[in-house]
Design a protein around this ligand. Structure first.
Ligand SMILES: NC(=O)c1ccc[n+]([C@@H]2O[C@H](COP(=O)([O-])OP(=O)(O)OC[C@H]3O[C@@H](n4cnc5c(N)ncnc54)[C@H](O)[C@@H]3O)[C@@H](O)[C@H]2O)c1
Length: 283
C-alpha cells in the first residue's frame, strides 16, 4: 500500500520540521505530541516558517495554504490507526521510545511502517519490542529539516526490502537524498562527525590551539562552513557527549573515548548555544 497519510510524533525541533516537509510534499500529515503546549508551539513554528518562506518568495501563498491544509493536529495517539507511516521524533531515550513503539504496534494497522528519527539508538532494539520488526526502520533527518538534504535510512537487522524501498522513495518525494546505512552505533553521520568534534576538543584540551584557531583551521583549511567547536556548541555539548558515549560503549573501542574537557563542560552546565556558554560565550 502506498504511503499517503503520515503521523509525526513529537512536535519539537525535528518533528515540526519533518511534519512541515511532508505536508509541503503533499502528504496528509497528523502532528502529535504528548505535551499540548509543545504541540501548539510546533504548529505555530511551522506556520511562521511558511509565512517567512512566502515573504522570501521561496514558496507561493497557494503552496503555504495547501501545506497548512495538509497538516492537522492529532490530540490522540490512537489517530495513528489511520496512517500508513508513523515517524517518531520524541526524546532520545530508549525506555520512552520502546514504550511508544509497543503502543504504536497495538494501535497501527498491519501495513503501517513505524520509523524513528533517533540519532543514536539501535533500530534493531526498538524494532524488537514490536510484532512487526520487519516494518520498523530508522529515518534520520538532519537539523534544520526543511534545509538539510540528507536522510540516513537505517535498516535494523530484520527490516525488509519493501520497507526500505518505501522509505527511500518517501525521502525522495520530500526532496531529500536517502543514504542506506546499516544499524551500527552512530550510523554513518555521527560516527564520522562526532569523533572529529571530539578530536577538536582534545586539541583544545592539550593546548594545541585556541577554539577560535581550531575553527579557523577547519573553515579556511578544509572549507567547512562551520568550525567543529562552533558546530559542537550549536548541536549541544550534552548531545555530543551522549553520542560519544554511544560510540565508546557500542564499539568498546578506546578510540571513541570522550575528551575529559567535554565531560567537564557538560558537568559545569556549559552546554553550548542553548545554555549561553560552551566553547564560545553567547548573549
Ligand atoms: N536536534 C537535532 O539536531 C536532531 C537531529 C537528528 C535527530 N534528532 C533526534 O530527533 C528526536 C527529537 O529531537 P528534538 O531535537 O526534536 O527534540 P525536542 O526536545 O525538540 O522535541 C521532542 C518532543 O517530543 C515530545 N515528547 C517526548 N516524549 C513524548 C512521548 N512519549 N509521546 C509524544 N511526544 C513526546 C516532547 O514534548 C517534545 O515536544 C531525538 O530522537 C533526537 O535524537 C535530533
Amino acid at each position: 500500500m502506498a504511503i499517503k497519510r503520515v503521523m509525526v510524533i513529537g512536535a519539537g525541533q525535528m518533528g515540526a520540521g519533518i511534519a512541515q516537509v511532508a505536508a509541503q510534499a503533499g502528504f496528509e500529515v497528523l502532528l502529535h505530541d504528548a505535551n499540548e503546549t509543545a504541540l501548539d508551539k510546533g504548529m505555530q513554528r511551522i506556520e511562521k516558517l511558511l509565512i517567512r518562506a512566502v515573504q522570501k518568495t521561496r514558496i507561493t501563498d497557494e503552496e503555504k495554504t495547501s501545506t497548512l491544509n495538509n497538516l492537522k493536529r492529532a490530540e490522540k495517539l490512537e489517530d495513528a490507526r489511520t496512517c500508513d507511516l508513523v515517524i517518531e521524533a520524541i526524546v532520545e531515550n530508549m525506555d520512552v521510545k520502546t514504550k511508544l513503539f509497543r503502543e504504536l504496534d497495538e494501535i497501527a494497522l498491519a501495513h503501517t511502517i513505524l520509523a524513528t528519527n533517533t540519532s543514536s539508538l539501535p533500530i534493531t532494539e526498538i524494532a524488537a519490542v514490536t510484532k512487526r520488526p520487519e516494518q520498523v526502520i530508522g529515518m534520520h533527518f538532519m537539523n534544520p529539516v526543511p534545509v538539510m538534504k540528507l536522510v540516513e535510512v537505517i535498516r535494523g537487522i530484520q527490516t525488509n526490502d519493501e520497507t526500505y524501498e518505501k522509505i527511500a522513495q518517501m525521502a525522495d518525494k520530500l526532496g531529500k537524498t536517502a543514504v542506506e546505512v546499516a544499524d551500527f552505533p552512530g550510523f554513518a553521520a555521527n560516527r564520522i562527525l562526532m569523533p572529529m568534534i571530539n578530536e577538536a576538543i582534545y586539541a583544545v584540551y592539550e593546548g594545541v590551539a585556541s577554539p577560535e584557531d581550531i575553527d579557523t583551521v577547519m573553515k579556511l583549511g578544509m572549507n567547512h562552513p562551520m568550525g567543529p567547536l562552533e558546530l559542537a556548541d550549536f548541536i549541544g555539548l550534552d548531545t555530543c557527549l551522549y553520542i560519544m558515549e554511544v560510540l565508546y560503549d557500542g564499539f568498546a573501542d578506546s578510540k571513541y573515548r570522550p575528551c575529559p574537557l567535554l565531560r567537564k563542560y557538560v558537568k559545569a552546565g556549559w552546554l553550548g548555544k542553548k545554555s549561553g556558554r560552551g566553547f564560545y560565550v553567547y548573549n
